[in-house]
Design a protein around this ligand. Structure first.
Ligand SMILES: [Zn+2]
Length: 216
């Protein structure tokens, strides 16, 4: 083990800590769906950020760690898994030809979040970003995907499994590395996030006590 993953974790933790003072409690409507990246994440658990931490704060952390896994797996794939590497490149080329791609090039704090708000039954949206992207993809002229032989399929499945095993291995190394940082992470959340939540709750209390509310 060359320590590259651990060095990247340390860099991303520093970046996240630099971002943390800018976090503010969201004023938007609470999300109904659970975030796939954050809910039950072993990395957030290892970092000590699984409980009692607002989702926006967790999500920014999850996406930074995901970026490490993605780039490590990309490197591994390009070095060791020629079939998978080729298929990924072809898929990326197809995607790059689409005229409109929602959700790309976002900062880690926003990447991977739902682009559109939750739909409301009796208030349909005129358009959604996801819908525009689908339309753009459908209108782009794409050649039909090539058919694979059985041997190619089996070889690709083996490479996908190797890439998956490698991603899990990187995930475990990240867990160990963030566990070592957990007290520093938790202290920062207590110092920077907790006071804002306390203030928000105090505001809410004042609002509820306000004389403009009818007394029951
Ligand atoms: Zn999330």
């Amino acid at each position: 083990m060359d320590g590259q993953v651990e060095a990247r974790v340390s860099h991303e933790v520093d970046e996240w800590l630099r971002w943390l003072p800018r976090w503010r409690p969201g004023t938007h409507r609470g999300r109904v769906r659970l975030c796939k990246r954050c809910f039950g994440s072993p990395i957030l658990s290892a970092a000590g950020l699984a409980d009692g931490v607002p989702h926006g704060v967790q999500h920014a952390f999850s996406m930074r760690m995901k970026s490490i896994i993605d780039s490590e797996v990309d490197e591994y794939t390009s070095r060791n898994l020629p079939l998978l590497h080729r298929e990924i490149r072809l898929a990326e080329d197809r995607k790059a030809r689409r005229p409109y791609r929602a959700g790309e090039g976002l900062d880690p704090e926003f990447a991977g979040l739902e682009l559109d708000p939750e739909p409301v039954d009796d208030q349909p949206f005129l358009f959604t970003l996801g819908g525009l992207e689908e339309q753009a993809a459908a209108s782009a002229l794409e050649p039909p995907p090539r058919a694979f032989s059985e041997e190619e399929k089996a070889a690709l499945r083996t490479e996908v499994k190797l890439a998956d095993d490698f991603a899990k291995q990187i995930g475990r190394r990240i867990c160990i590395a963030v566990a070592l940082e957990s007290s520093r992470l938790r202290t920062s959340v207590d110092d920077l996030v907790e006071p804002q939540i306390a203030e928000l709750l105090a505001d809410l209390d004042r609002e509820l006590d306000s004389p403009s509310w009818p007394t029951l």
